[in-house]
Design a protein around this ligand. Structure first.
Ligand code: PDD
Length: 287
């Protein structure tokens, strides 16, 4: 599905036609990337794990001292689906909160009102279980607060552009040889039927789909260990998969570093398949 601009957006308390929605050139989101975002999926018009996403947004707001009451967002999110004409469809809501407009100084201004943008857009959340993708190992040169879902994504954007330009779907990032996550997804490994993923902390985003996947492992008696794996261990794993709101649970076919495949698997692995079916069961259960 080709991404297009949404027609209607919620900006600072009002629904508007997108071309009429304007922000100041002095908005700190524009000037410094001083803001946060969330992407919340909905299946058949119903949000999935919305509270978890809003809790992560609250956490980020607290960490960077943006004062914004998120309770009011719930009604706007429901309206977003209707405004995008996506009742009964699959898609995601995008939320962005910046520190707002202020003269350009680095430190937080004493007075500024957060800028809030919300809209819904269609996403294909089906068929992921039939695909398998190639990923590129890249150095993780992001900042040390990857737990904050900041709109300052230039490192993620540059790294993923390198991957896509070279025919890869996503990156597997490493810090000093230790695999952290993807440019816009979480990364999991399976070895001898045990699932591994990097622990939460400042080097990864605490992915909501990551958490849902860990819960699915536990519910299905699949052992899950939150510990980092190194690039050198890639040759020892049986399965690799990515998770994310728009990624879902996506099998990885190859992990390539400097032109050499460190991991290759043409079949979708057994544990990946189980978790994919479980996620489909959870997200489609109300249909
Ligand atoms: N990306 N890690 C990073 C760096 C991400 O940007 C994302 C999500 C994830 C997965 O998190 P979740 O399961 O909560 O979607 C992990 C979003 C979707 C994006 O940037 O569009």
């Amino acid at each position: 599905m080709k991404k297009s601009f949404p027609k209607r957006v919620f900006l600072n308390g009002e629904w508007k036609n997108a071309e009429e929605a304007k922000i100041s050139v002095f908005d700190r989101g524009f000037v410094f990337g001083d803001g946060l975002y969330e992407v919340i999926p909905f299946y058949n018009g119903k949000f999935f794990l919305k509270e978890d996403h809003l809790n992560r947004l609250s956490y980020g707001l607290k960490e960077i001292n943006i004062e914004f009451e998120i309770d009011g967002i719930n009604d706007v999110l429901l309206k977003a689906i209707r405004e995008a004409d996506l009742d009964g469809s699959d898609g995601a809501a995008y939320i962005q909160v910046t520190r707002g407009v202020a003269p350009r100084i680095h430190s937080y201004p004493s007075e500024s009102k957060p800028t809030v943008l919300i809209y819904a857009f269609p996403v294909v959340l089906e068929g992921f279980e039939e695909k398998s993708v190639d990923v590129l190992v890249s150095e993780d040169y992001r900042w040390h607060r990857c737990d904050i879902k900041s709109t300052s994504l230039v490192a993620n954007v540059a790294m993923n552009n390198e991957a896509v330009k070279n025919g890869f779907h996503e990156n597997v990032l490493h810090r000093n040889g230790v695999i952290t996550e993807g440019s816009h997804s979480s990364v999991f490994f399976v070895r001898n039927k045990v699932v591994y993923t990097h622990p939460n902390g400042k080097f990864i985003l605490p992915g909501i789909t990551r958490k849902a996947t860990i819960d699915l492992c536990r519910a299905n008696n699949i052992q899950i260990i939150e510990t980092p794996l190194s690039i050198d261990q890639l040759s020892t794993v049986d399965e690799v998969f990515l998770t994310g709101t728009t990624t879902q649970i996506l099998a990885v076919r190859s992990v390539v570093m400097n032109g050499v495949a460190r991991f290759k698997q043409n079949q979708i692995g057994e544990i990946t398949r189980i978790l994919q079916q479980e996620l489909i069961g959870k997200t489609r259960r109300y249909i």
